[in-house]
Design a protein around this ligand. Structure first.
Ligand code: IPD
Ligand code: CA
Ligand code: CA
Length: 261
């Protein structure tokens, strides 16, 4: 159990490092990029790597005993510790690589008991910092935020993102076929963490994704719960942090988005 002071220390570091990485990413935004493939429909840029290093260096200076789970491989980082920092240095790399200005940095501090203690999601193109710590509420640029009050599915704006693999992409299409006619409208932004942060501030009312990694979800999970929303797995159970991949359904908790997958 962390004290409020310890939680606020973790939150402050998550916020500071997210903004520092965002400043670097903004400088690199319109410069030529080194873009490499790292899998099917999956790219990484030199900026992803540089931003991650900036974040992990800053955390190691402050908390040398802490561990890491990062999207980009770095064999120099310890994986164990009393707190694990779960980091996506650029969530929405495809957007970033094409100068589509919708991506973010996602940083969370997770306890040894798999509890997400604090998280920050920073959108450098809009200078928006979404963050939360357990029991402390969620904020956007320091101001308290809450999920939307939309309670009819027919009024809901739902975001989703396209999975990479052929079978999961088909599942997205099948699910879309089930609910697209029932909701107000559907969006696909291409940055899961940012879309989830937008659920937390009520810009969108729900979000669905069939396969995400812990670094896409960890920071968003505490922001959504502290903002009064709900984050579930695809079976409808409350999402809990684990170092494995998982799908998610997020929402304001006031309407039910149901589908078979
Ligand atoms: C991706 C984005 C995308 C989601 C993918 C993620 P990346 O993250 O969040 O919206 O649909 O599943 O992998 O690779 O840009 O960090
Ligand atoms: Ca990601
Ligand atoms: Ca990423």
């Amino acid at each position: 159990m962390k004290t409020d002071i310890e939680l606020m220390g973790l939150l402050e570091l998550a916020r500071e490092t997210a903004v520092s990485a965002g400043n670097l990413i903004r400088q690199k935004w319109s410069q030529p990029k080194e873009i490499k493939s790292k899998g099917f429909r999956d790219v990484v840029t030199d900026t992803d790597i540089a931003a991650q290093k900036l974040i992990t260096d800053a955390i190691q200076i402050k908390f040398p005993a802490h561990g890491f789970l990062t999207e980009e491989d770095d064999s120099d980082l310890p994986t164990d510790g009393p707190v694990i920092w779960v980091i996506d240095p650029v969530d929405g790399t495809t957007n970033f690589s094409r100068e589509i200005p919708t991506f973010c940095i996602s940083i969370a501090a997770v306890s040894a008991e798999n509890e997400v203690l604090a998280g920050a999601i920073y959108d450098p193109m809009r200078d928006e910092l979404f963050s939360a710590a357990l029991g402390q509420g969620a904020t956007l640029n320091g101001q308290p935020v809450h999920v939307s009050s939309i309670d009819e599915l027919g009024d809901a704006v739902i975001a989703l993102d396209w999975s990479r693999s052929a079978d999961l992409r088909q599942s997205v299409l099948d699910v879309l076929d089930q609910f697209a006619h029932q909701v107000n409208t559907v969006r696909a932004f291409g940055s899961a963490a940012l879309a989830l942060a937008w659920v937390g501030v009520g810009r969108v009312d729900g979000y669905v994704n069939f396969q995400l990694k812990p670094w896409d979800l960890a920071a968003a999970s505490v922001i959504i719960s502290e903002a009064g929303g709900k984050l579930s797995d695809l079976a409808g159970q409350q999402w809990g942090y684990s170092p494995n991949a998982s799908g998610c359904v997020a929402g304001n908790g006031r309407f039910h988005l149901t589908f078979n997958n």
